[in-house]
Design a protein around this ligand. Structure first.
Ligand code: ADP
Length: 267
C-alpha cells in the first residue's frame, strides 16, 4: 500500500464525526450551507460564531434531532438518522424535570430510568459524585444554583457513557467564577472518559480555554469560516501570551477587532 493510502485510511479511522456538505433551511433562512468538517476520536472541538450562524442547528443535526436538507453526518462512519445512546446532549437551559430530584433527573439519563437495581443505583451514585453533587441527591432543581443544575444536566448526559458529548452553550447562564470551575471539572471528566466533545459557545475565551480545535462559523448563511487548532497545554491561563494570540486570531476570523467585541461574553 502506498504511503498516501495509509495516511488517508488512518485519517478516516480517527474521524469520530464527519459532517459532509450539510445544508439546512428553515423557510427563508439558510441556517447551514454546505458545512463540512470532521472531529477526531477523543477530540474536544468548540464551535464559535455569532448568534444565528447555525451552531444549535449543527449540534441538533449531529444529535439526530434534525435532518439536513442535503449532505450527511456520519458517526464512526455510519450515517446519523436518529438520536442514539452513543450521543449525549447537554442543553443551554438545563432541561431538567422540576418534579424530579437530582437523583431522579440523573436516573432519567439511563437507558432503563425506572430500574432500581443495584447496578443502576451505583451508576447514579457514581455520576452524582463525578459532577460534585454528593449531598444534593434529594434536592429539586428549584433548590439548586445555575451551576449545580448544569452539573445535573452533564451527569444525565453521561449516564449511558456516550462516546460523544454534544454541549450547546451549557455554561451561558452561570456566573464567571462558576463557569471557570465548571471548565476545570469538564476537562477532568473529559480526561477520565476520553469522550469526543462538540461544544458550542459564542464566548471566544471559553473556546480557547477548552478546545483542541475551534471551528469558526459565519452567519447568513451559516458556513464554516475556518478551523483553528489550539495546541496549548492545559490548564490554560487567559492572560498568557499564547492564549491571547489564539483568542485574537479567532476574533479576527469573526470580523474586525471592533466588531468582534460583540461576540465576546464578558460576563
Ligand atoms: P445559533 O445557534 O448559532 O444561534 P441556530 O442554529 O439557532 O443558530 O439558528 C440558525 C438560523 O436558523 C437562525 O436564523 C434561526 O432564527 C433559524 N432557525 C433555527 N431554528 C429555527 C426553526 N425551528 N424555525 C425557523 N427558523 C429557525
Amino acid at each position: 500500500m502506498a504511503m498516501s493510502e495509509i495516511s488517508a485510511t488512518d485519517q478516516e479511522s480517527s474521524e469520530k464525526i464527519t459532517i459532509r456538505n450539510v445544508s439546512k433551511a428553515y423557510e427563508s433562512t439558510q441556517a447551514l450551507e454546505d458545512v463540512s468538517f470532521s472531529v477526531s476520536e477523543g477530540e474536544f472541538c468548540c464551535v464559535v460564531g455569532p448568534s444565528g450562524c447555525g451552531k444549535t442547528t449543527l449540534l441538533r443535526t449531529i444529535a439526530g434531532l434534525d435532518d439536513p436538507d442535503s449532505g450527511s453526518v456520519l458517526v464512526g462512519g455510519d450515517p446519523v438518522t436518529d438520536p442514539g445512546l452513543d450521543r449525549g446532549m447537554v442543553f443551554q437551559e438545563y432541561a431538567l424535570f422540576p418534579w424530579r430530584t437530582v437523583r431522579g433527573n440523573v436516573r432519567f439519563g439511563l437507558d432503563r430510568p425506572a430500574c432500581e437495581c443495584a447496578d443502576c443505583e451505583a451508576r447514579v451514585r457514581e455520576l452524582i459524585d463525578l459532577v460534585g453533587l454528593d449531598g444534593f441527591e434529594d434536592a429539586y432543581p428549584k433548590e439548586l444554583s445555575g451551576g449545580m443544575k448544569q452539573r445535573v444536566g452533564i451527569a444525565r448526559a453521561l449516564a449511558v457513557d456516550p462516546e460523544i458529548l454534544l454541549m450547546d452553550e451549557p455554561f451561558g447562564s452561570v456566573d464567571a467564577r462558576t463557569r471557570d470551575r465548571l471548565h476545570a471539572e469538564l476537562l477532568d471528566i473529559w480526561a477520565q472518559t476520553g469522550q469526543t466533545i462538540v461544544f458550542v459557545t459564542h464566548d471566544i475565551d471559553e473556546a480557547v480555554t477548552l478546545a483542541d480545535r475551534v471551528v469558526v462559523m459565519d452567519a447568513d448563511p451559516g458556513t464554516v469560516q475556518s478551523t483553528i487548532s489550539i495546541g496549548l497545554e492545559r490548564p490554560r491561563e487567559r492572560t498568557a501570551h499564547d492564549f491571547v494570540d489564539h483568542a485574537a486570531k479567532i476574533r479576527a476570523e469573526l470580523g474586525s477587532p471592533a466588531d468582534a467585541s460583540r461576540y465576546h461574553d464578558f460576563s
